[in-house]
Design a protein around this ligand. Structure first.
Ligand code: NDP
Length: 250
């Protein structure tokens, strides 16, 4: 059998369900693509493990807990050992677990959201940086799946002050990655995936009496990948995008 030629290597956090799983499922079918799919509890990631069994050359499941230095380091070692390159990192894992206004949200809920949604992507970037800058593509991409409620221009929280503040902070830090890593050629973007029919999106929808969030998983995944595919630093980096391919302000 001829050796497989690897074109693009991805690392995706929170890949066991929702948008992370949807991205992994689509990328697994692309020739020459390898996806390192992070899950905080790989032993219970049934659908993801089934996908890895179906596409053993494309999908590798890793333990990846947001903000865990140990997991981040082990992931990088595993990627280096297995394929020796990394081109695109999608920092997707997040929690939206607490609904409350700024006045009623306890400090520990702010800390929990900042730990997972803000420091998670930042510490992941710190761990993968040395590998990303060696990307043979010459255009390594660190893409954060953020949220429109993190836009300070829009200034909305939809009743989730801690979540919205954690996304605003990660948007700012994504812009800092863009600014501090010009010489590395790193593309750093944040993207709103739409209001998507996943566990998180549908929880929000049900609280408004809707049966399902309006954007399908397939639409969101297609939009996110069309944002990432062929991205250049001059066009995309340092900007806040949405899945429908428009950019806005952080
Ligand atoms: P889901 O709730 O469906 O999935 C969240 C994923 O994040 C799961 O894989 C979950 O793993 C993982 N995760 C949660 N906490 C941690 C942690 N501490 N360490 C590692 N992984 C963790 O959400 P979505 O797929 O809808 O959301 C994906 C991204 O899109 C998030 O960044 C979210 O903020 C963003 N987003 C989603 C919207 C929507 O409408 N769905 C709207 C705007 C933004 P586990 O199964 O172990 O809990």
């Amino acid at each position: 059998m001829p050796a497989l030629t690897i074109s693009t290597v991805y690392l995706i956090s929170g890949a066991n369900r929702g948008i992370g799983f949807g991205l992994t499922e689509v990328l697994a079918k692309r020739p020459g693509t390898v996806v390192f799919a992070g899950a905080r509890d790989p032993t219970n990631a049934t659908a993801l493990n089934a996908l890895a069994e179906k596409y053993p050359h494309s999908v590798h499941v890793l333990k990846l807990t947001s903000g865990s230095t140990e997991d981040n380091k082990s992931a990088v070692v595993e990627i280096e050992k297995t394929v020796g390159q990394l081109d695109v990192v999608i920092a997707n894992a997040a929690t939206g677990g607490y609904y409350g206004s700024l006045l009623t949200t306890p400090g520990e809920e702010f800390l929990n959201h900042f730990n997972i949604n803000t420091l998670g992507p930042v510490t992941l970037f710190q761990a993968v940086h040395s590998l990303l800058i060696k990307s043979p593509s010459g255009a390594p991409h660190f893409c954060v799946i953020s949220s429109a409620v993190g836009s300070t221009e829009l200034g909305l929280s939809f009743g989730a002050a801690a979540y919205s503040a954690s996304k605003a902070a990660v948007n700012h830090l994504t812009k800092i990655i863009h600014t501090e890593h010009e010489a590395d050629g790193i593309i750093a973007t944040a993207i709103h995936p739409g209001w998507v029919a996943t566990d998180m999106g549908n929880f929000g929808a049900s609280s408004l009496g809707m049966t399902e969030a309006p954007v399908t998983l397939a639409e969101s995944v297609a939009g996110i990948l069309s944002h990432i595919d062929g991205a250049t630093r001059s066009e995309k980096s340092g900007k806040f995008w949405n899945f429908a391919r428009t950019s806005g302000n952080f």
